[in-house]
Ligand binder design. Structure first.
Ligand code: FE
Ligand code: FE
Ligand code: ZN
Length: 302
């Protein structure tokens, strides 16, 4: 069965709000941040709301397939500022606890940015941090995201991810999240995705893949930019993304859209309409929607 969903927002209704948004998009999985992705202010998990969310999910979305994403400002790669590094480790530990309380089993994490230290030390810092964060947990898998290689991002090639994974003691709690835009921007040709999977299987093991982020890219292969585009409108293209989404080897892995909201017109800076309902429909039909933007606007404007 195809597992397809999108990024949704976790507001005051917490997981219940996420489920409502996802069902309105025709999704059977979703991904959320426990607060704003760019800060670390977090509120406690509301167990009453969570019970309601689980009821609402019944038969439509399995909690096993739901994904949480850690805020992207926590950086485990650099320890120059010790208090910042310790804060990041502690935050990750708490984030894992929040996932556990919510019943969520998969947590996506950006490995970090080395900013001025050498890559070997950066990899060691990440591994050390993960070993502390995973210490007292039993069931939340941290999935390291494949990165575009913007700035000094760690994790834009398989070897770096392998080094981190090899250093993590609790092997069963570490995995990978593939991101199609990031792979493209880091130099992987998505039109030859099966060859990438073969290599991934040799180097890391295909069973480590916990999540796939489905995004088109605004930039060419190897640009190291990381700017997501709507499905079928970017440089990867609809057919190549469909081949990733329907790849038999990843059938059981949740596919999550992180494509950008659109504005009232093409040059509108304010992005207000989520594209997910329409992208999911075209993915299910395996048919590119040539009027994607117009159809989204028409639907949400009324
Ligand atoms: Fe990410
Ligand atoms: Fe991503
Ligand atoms: Zn990205």
């Amino acid at each position: 069965m195809l597992l397809i969903g999108s990024h949704v927002s976790f507001g005051k209704d917490q997981l219940k709000g996420c489920v409502e948004q996802s069902l309105s998009y025709g999704a059977n999985t979703f991904m959320f941040y426990t607060g704003a992705p760019q800060n670390t202010i977090r509120s406690a998990v509301n167990t009453d709301i969570n019970g309601e969310a689980l009821k609402l999910m019944d038969g439509k979305i399995s909690i096993e397939n739901v994904v949480c994403h850690a805020p992207y400002i926590i950086n485990l790669a650099n320890n120059k500022d010790v208090s910042k590094y310790e804060f990041a480790i502690d935050f990750l530990k708490k984030e894992i606890k929040r996932c556990h309380e919510l019943g969520v089993k998969r947590l996506v994490l950006h490995p970090g940015s080395s900013v001025g230290i050498n890559i070997d030390d950066a990899l060691k810092n990440i591994t050390y941090a993960l070993n502390i964060a995973l210490e007292d947990d039993e069931d939340v898998i941290v999935a390291l995201e494949t990165m575009a290689g913007k700035g000094s991002e760690v994790g834009s090639n398989m070897q770096e991810l392998k080094t981190i994974i090899d250093g993590v003691e609790k092997t069963e709690l570490i995995g990978v999240c593939l991101d199609t835009c990031h792979l493209n921007d880091s130099g992987v040709d998505i039109s030859r995705f099966d060859e990438y999977l073969d290599e991934f299987d040799r180097v890391i093991g295909i069973d480590k893949i916990q999540v796939v982020h489905i995004n088109d890219s605004k930039n060419p292969i190897g640009s190291r930019k990381d700017r997501h585009e709507l499905i079928g409108i970017g440089t990867i293209g609809f057919d190549n993304l469909i081949d990733v989404i329907y790849n038999e080897r990843l059938e059981h892995v949740p596919k999550i859209l992180e494509t950008p909201y659109i504005g009232n017109s093409d040059d509108d800076k304010e992005r207000i309409y989520p594209p997910y309902k329409f992208e999911i429909a075209s993915i299910k039909a395996k048919k590119f929607d040539g009027n994607l933007r117009a159809n989204i606007r028409d639907f949400y404007r009324q």
